[in-house]
Design a protein around this ligand. Structure first.
Ligand code: ZN
Length: 439
């Protein structure tokens, strides 16, 4: 089922032509309305919108980094010189969650908000939400951009049961008494919930959950995590991904479970670039790179070639669901990357390798680098939590995990096995890197 078949099954060449026209319009808007972009583009040698060209020449235009948006806001508070709409036209002002640095304000016009709801409606429909369904959510999203997801759930006609984070007991009661068919949470929280239900002797697969829609962090696409959650709940798991600055839920996975479909058609154009050089990467099946987004219709705070810091694998091959939109799987974020003597290691990739040892291990890990910063000298110490009831540790387990990490990721990572339950569980995003041992 599609939310907007004409967009989601459109010929990719036709979409590109539409993106080209929309980009040219948007560039005109930027020169007219955005002091930030008019100045930035002129400084880069582009005197007007015509000089910028269209989709073909987009890679010649400069990137936008999150730090520039922060600086723009600091220089011209509260919204920055990148505000392109009349302040009286703003419909809502979100905060960005500020995982790094000071929070930013994210104003949207009514049109921007409607676009976000349209985009995320495509994404959520792909992940299986339907009119009349009951869905329990565990996000405390109100002040943040993700709060607009609440509008989406309502506009889809889904019966929403918001329970928020911080109260697993309340969530379990809601699951038992209200029988929602869908569970919306982070993969970390779904794993935590499955553990708690097992400990309490509650059969998760008898609760009536048929859909687990995960978002907020990578993990839902990892085979071991997906299989474990699907088996525990007797449900199908699909993942979604958004990015606060660009749009809520911009990608959504369909029943074919072969990656998340792009849901931003006509509103957002996406590029794939080499994260090291910034050069375009050809979007072929299996290509990897960083996602770069250009808002095509944004009014309040437009973005041109915004670097997402999300690294993905890309596919165009036709999908069984009939969507013609490209698909991605997130590998990790630049912010989490460690480079061990030239080798890129995403903590989620290391977690995936360790997950191959379930049930001897629980799947929880913590990487504890010995030095601060992205660049590390080997070895890269890692704690691996044992599975429930696995004590003492089976002989040879640590060595077997180390060998698997070395073979798969080409990195030396001495493994310390720690008791079950000793690594923290998260109701939101799991932290996989701990620098407290670093010099
Ligand atoms: Zn599909």
């Amino acid at each position: 089922m599609f939310f907007q078949p004409e967009v989601e099954t459109r010929d990719p060449a036709a979409q590109r032509a539409r993106d080209d026209a929309a980009l040219r319009r948007q560039l005109g808007y930027l020169f007219d309305r955005s002091p930030f972009y008019a100045g930035k583009l002129r400084a880069a040698g582009f005197g007007d919108a015509a000089a910028c060209g269209g989709i073909e020449t987009l890679p010649r235009l400069p990137f936008t980094e999150k730090d520039e948006i922060r600086r723009s806001q600091a220089e011209a508070p509260p919204f920055g010189t990148h505000l392109a709409a009349d302040p009286a036209a703003l419909a809502r002002i979100y905060s960005t969650s500020g995982t790094t640095g000071d929070p930013c304000y994210m104003p949207v016009t009514a049109t921007d908000l409607a676009s976000w709801i349209e985009i995320s409606s495509r994404s959520y429909t792909a992940t299986g939400l339907r009119r009349g369904m009951r869905a329990v959510s565990t996000y405390n999203a109100g002040p943040f951009v993700a709060g607009a997801a609440l509008d989406t759930i309502a506009s889809l006609g889904v019966c929403h049961i918001p329970v928020g984070t911080g109260n697993t007991q309340r969530l379990i009661r809601a699951l038992q008494l209200l029988k929602p068919e869908a569970l919306l949470c982070t993969p970390s929280y779904a794993l935590h919930l499955a553990e708690v239900l097992a400990e309490r002797g509650i059969a998760a697969d008898r609760l009536g959950v048929r859909r687990i829609c995960v978002a907020g962090e990578p993990g839902g696409g990892e085979a071991e995590i997906r299989n474990r959650l699907e088996a525990a709940f007797g449900a199908r798991l699909c993942e979604a991904m958004g990015i606060g600055d660009v749009s809520i839920s911009l990608w959504g996975e369909c029943d074919a479970q072969q990656g998340m479909h792009f849901a931003g058609g006509d509103h957002v154009h996406v590029e794939l670039v080499d994260p090291a050089t910034g050069e375009p990467v050809e979007k072929t099946d299996g290509a990897t790179g960083e996602l770069v987004y250009t808002a095509l219709t944004r009014e309040a705070v437009p973005l041109l070639r915004f670097r997402s810091r999300d690294h993905v694998v890309w596919w165009n091959a036709p999908c069984a669901c009939g969507r013609t939109t490209p698909r991605v799987r997130c590998i990790g974020r630049t912010d989490d990357l460690v480079i061990v003597r030239g080798v890129n290691v995403f903590p989620t990739a290391l977690r995936s390798v360790v997950a191959g040892f379930v049930p001897q291990v629980s799947g929880a890990i913590m990487i504890r680098p010995r030095a601060r910063g992205v660049r590390q000298e080997p070895p890269l110490p890692v704690q691996v939590e044992l599975g429930p009831g696995i004590a003492p540790p089976p002989g040879g387990l640590a060595a077997a995990i180390e060998a698997a990490i070395r073979t798969t990721l080409v990195v030396t990572a001495p493994v310390t096995l720690v008791p079950h339950g000793s690594l923290g569980r998260s109701e939101y995003k799991t932290k996989l890197l701990d620098f407290s041992d670093a010099e």
